[in-house]
Design a protein around this ligand. Structure first.
Ligand SMILES: [Ca+2]
Ligand SMILES: [Ca+2]
Length: 119
């Protein structure tokens, strides 16, 4: 559970480090992720989009983020497989109506924490 929590924090760190999150509106953001233009984001679209952050941070392209490649240069190493799995878990949490897609409202919702946040 603790490990999961750490990965959630890491996902947040990756999310917030993605420049697109800065100022763009949700619909703008949705259009960028929505490759097939059906106005909703599938898990595959979500993972494909979100892994940019991972790829950008994976300087040596070995599919693993070493602590030295992470924001603040600390934390646990994380593999791409683990990252995609945690993205999927995040996707499922955001998918409030469980239809397998994120619409604009679900995308705009604050990330849902898997557990209690601690400082
Ligand atoms: Ca789509
Ligand atoms: Ca949905």
């Amino acid at each position: 559970m603790l490990l999961l929590h750490a990965k959630f924090i890491l996902t947040c760190a990756i999310l917030t480090s993605a420049p697109v999150f800065a100022q763009s509106s949700v619909s703008d953001y949705l259009q960028r992720i929505d490759r097939d233009g059906d106005n909703r984001v599938s898990l595959a679209e979500y993972q494909e989009w979100m892994r940019y952050g991972f790829d950008a941070m994976d300087k040596n392209r070995d599919g693993v983020l070493q602590p030295g490649e992470l924001p603040g240069r600390r934390g646990q190493a994380i593999t791409l497989t683990e990252h995609l799995a945690s993205l999927e878990a995040g996707f499922r949490r955001q998918d409030v109506n469980h239809d397998g897609y994120l619409d604009a409202r679900e995308l705009a919702a604050p990330p849902r924490s898997p557990g209690r946040r601690s400082k």
